[in-house]
Design a protein around this ligand. Structure first.
Ligand code: SF4
Length: 279
């Protein structure tokens, strides 16, 4: 742990990484929350979570992937120069949003100086600026920005998650890390299933992760697996309903700076979640 620094909004002091239950805005865990130390324990704790609050708490303390634990905590201590005066969350980032969501957004993993710094999905970086602005235009987000946990942002009818909850070096989790983290998404999907109607997959990894979780959940996924593409749509019958999976290029700067993903393209993908494909 490093010396304590003031949170940018609350001014409360935190070490980096932030200790659970010490007042970080939105921290779902306490010092008593169980900690998964390996893949088997992550699978056990995720399956045992009786609700999203319990799931979020447990995932936020997970230590099952040694390489990612070391990386996220090292980044939290070293910091980027622009954020040298801030504490970093430095823990796995839980899902964020409406517990009764009918739409789930599945990204890739938290960014080292975005979610890993702020403790909230897609918060505090350019990718998040794009995503929350689009969600606000579509009526899913109370605010057009998401800078820090505790800023008043609120999602309505939508939740944001990722198949890997810890920031990975070079944004590249290994196959083993993706497999180890999968049970957290599996359980999240199961808990959301009663009201879930659509999934927005940001990028091919989010797409594959959503299809994998759907298949393990027992939803009917076509064989061979549908291919990812921007604007791709697949209807996935579940035991009680149908969930519409929509693909979008990821909101990464690589895509938004180069014009591969434009605001109208992202807006169109979000519209397709309701079955309103634009021409
Ligand atoms: S990536 Fe997932 S499974 Fe691995 S340590 Fe982070 S939360 Fe745990």
């Amino acid at each position: 742990m490093t010396r304590e620094l003031p949170h940018p909004l609350t001014r409360a002091l935190f070490a980096s990484p932030a200790a659970p239950g010490t007042g970080w805005p939105g921290d779902p865990a306490t010092a008593a929350t169980p900690v998964a130390q390996n893949a088997a324990e992550a699978a056990h704790l995720s399956a045992a979570a009786g609700g999203l609050a319990e799931l979020d708490a447990a995932v936020s303390r997970c230590r099952a992937c040694p390489r990612l634990v070391a990386w996220r905590e090292q980044v939290a201590q070293d910091k980027r120069a622009a954020y040298a005066d801030q504490p970093y969350w430095g823990r796995p980032v839980p899902g964020f949003g409406d517990p009764a969501a009918r739409v789930l957004v599945v990204g890739l993993a938290p960014a080292a100086h975005g979610g890993n710094r702020t403790g909230r999905m897609f918060t505090g970086d350019r990718s998040g600026d794009w995503l929350y602005a689009a969600l606000h235009r579509a009526g899913y987000a109370a605010l057009p920005t998401s800078d820090h946990a505790g800023d008043g942002q609120r999602l309505v009818g939508l939740r944001i998650t990722a198949p890997v909850r810890c920031a990975p070096p070079a944004n590249r989790p290994t196959t083993l890390e993706r497999r180890t983290c999968a049970p957290w998404l599996d359980r999240e999907l199961a808990l959301l299933e009663p009201h879930l109607r659509a999934v927005l997959a940001l990028g091919s990894i989010g797409w594959s992760a959503a299809l994998g979780a759907a298949r393990r959940r027992g939803w009917r996924v076509p064989v061979p697996a549908p291919r990812f593409g921007h604007g791709a749509v697949v209807e996935l019958p579940t035991p009680g309903s149908v969930v519409r999976l929509v693909g979008s290029y990821h909101v990464s700067q690589q895509n938004t700076f180069t014009g591969r993903l434009t605001e109208p393209m992202l807006d169109a993908a979000i519209s397709a979640l309701d079955g309103h494909e634009r021409q």
